[in-house]
Design a protein around this ligand. Structure first.
Ligand SMILES: C[S@@+](CC[C@H](N)C(=O)[O-])C[C@H]1O[C@@H](n2cnc3c(N)ncnc32)[C@H](O)[C@@H]1O
Length: 351
């Protein structure tokens, strides 16, 4: 059972769902679950965005918290310059980034969405949160120009884009300074994000979750059924909150399970050091499988992806932390014949 994380400053953990919001939420949920590209816009009025922002959007915010916490632990900051929120919707992604202490790095926030209702809503929320930063609704401006030299945020947008729009996006993103991208943790969304990674690697170095800059190991023959995904924790209080419980029951969503895929890229020097003395940087994907006396971790390292066995006796405290999903997903480890010989979290736990 996942544990709960602390909410970042400024978030209210109880969703204010007005009686009239349910119809909009049900309609939106149907569209999102279909996993099909969307023609036109599904935002019909400001109330749609309010309903989304308080619930489905807030849940997406928990995934952003997990990604931004990890970037903070690794000491990575977005470059100074403009911030772009592509497919901004209600603006969850950019508000989360500002809430994680990066506000002083951004000279301007540029909002892109095919719906002007969405950019208007996101802009008004952002202006309240950060009155000192200029917020621009990019409208029909040239996307490559808007993104050039910027940190571009993308969140839960890829699955609804037509192939032609994906190609235009990839070409505009190639001029960005950094990309922070969060998608649902499904097989299809992860695979779509991996395809984008491969396309963008010519212009960027991966920061997280990748531990190398070579072709993604999940593209190797035989790995088709796997995908790159992780789990975020809801903030403290959510699982006991009656409003969240009503939302979960009504929408058929399990709030304990918040799967996501993500990708952070930057231009310039590679941020991820290569193999070090104490073992190769290794990312554990998905959920560890726990057995009596050992667990199996699906691992990604420069040499490829595959399952490794972690004996409980190797490090009892770390084994328990991994079992409780409290150890993060990045490690330095050595293995021999499919069995882990040494393992240490990255960054190392303070003792
Ligand atoms: C599921 S919402 C996600 C909103 C927000 N990024 C979040 O994570 O909460 C997807 C958003 O992407 C926008 N969108 C979809 N395709 C787009 C495209 N080709 N260009 C710009 N915006 C797009 C939609 O209008 C919608 O606001």
């Amino acid at each position: 059972m996942p544990t709960e994380s602390q909410p970042p400053e400024g978030t209210d953990s109880s969703p204010a769902i007005a009686a009239g919001h349910w119809t909009a939420l049900e309609r939106l949920r149907e569209i999102f679950l279909s996993g099909q590209p969307v023609r036109g816009s599904y935002w019909t009025c400001r109330e749609d965005l309010e309903a989304y922002d308080a619930t489905l959007g807030e849940r997406i915010g928990w995934k952003w918290d997990a990604v931004l916490d990890e970037l903070g632990r690794l000491g990575w900051c977005p470059p100074v310059g403009p911030l772009v929120d592509f497919g901004c919707g209600s603006g969850v992604a950019s508000r989360r980034v500002l809430g994680h202490g990066s506000a002083d790095r951004f000279t301007e926030i540029r909002l892109i969405d095919k719906s002007s209702l969405a950019t208007g809503f996101a802009a008004s929320r952002l202006r309240n949160l950060a009155p000192g930063i200029r917020v621009v609704e990019a409208g029909s401006a040239d996307m490559a120009e808007v993104m050039a030299g910027s940190t571009v945020l993308l969140s839960h947008v890829l699955g609804e884009m037509l192939p032609v729009a994906r190609r235009q996006l990839a070409s505009a993103l190639a001029g960005a300074a950094a990309v922070i991208w969060v998608e649902p943790g499904t097989h299809a969304d992860s695979r779509a994000l991996i395809a984008m990674r491969e396309e963008l690697l010519g212009s960027f170095h991966p920061v997280v979750p990748c531990v190398h800059a070579a072709r993604c190991g999940l593209l190797a023959v035989g790995q088709e059924r796997h995908w790159c995904h992780f789990f975020a924790n809801p903030p403290v209080g959510v699982l006991a909150d009656p409003d969240w419980a009503a939302f979960a029951a009504h929408m058929g969503i399990d709030l304990r399970s918040v799967p996501y895929s993500y990708l952070v890229l930057q231009r310039g020097e590679p941020p991820v050091p290569g193999p070090g003395d104490s073992g190769e940087r290794t990312r554990v994907l998905g959920t560890p499988r726990i057995y009596k006396g050992f667990s199996r971790l699906f691992c990604c390292a420069e040499g490829g992806v595959g399952e490794l066995e972690l004996p409980r006796r190797l490090d009892e405290a770390l084994y328990k932390a991994i079992k409780r999903e409290e150890a993060g997903s990045l490690f330095r480890l050595r293995s021999e014949a499919g069995r882990i010989q040494s393992i240490e979290p990255v960054p190392p736990t303070q003792g």
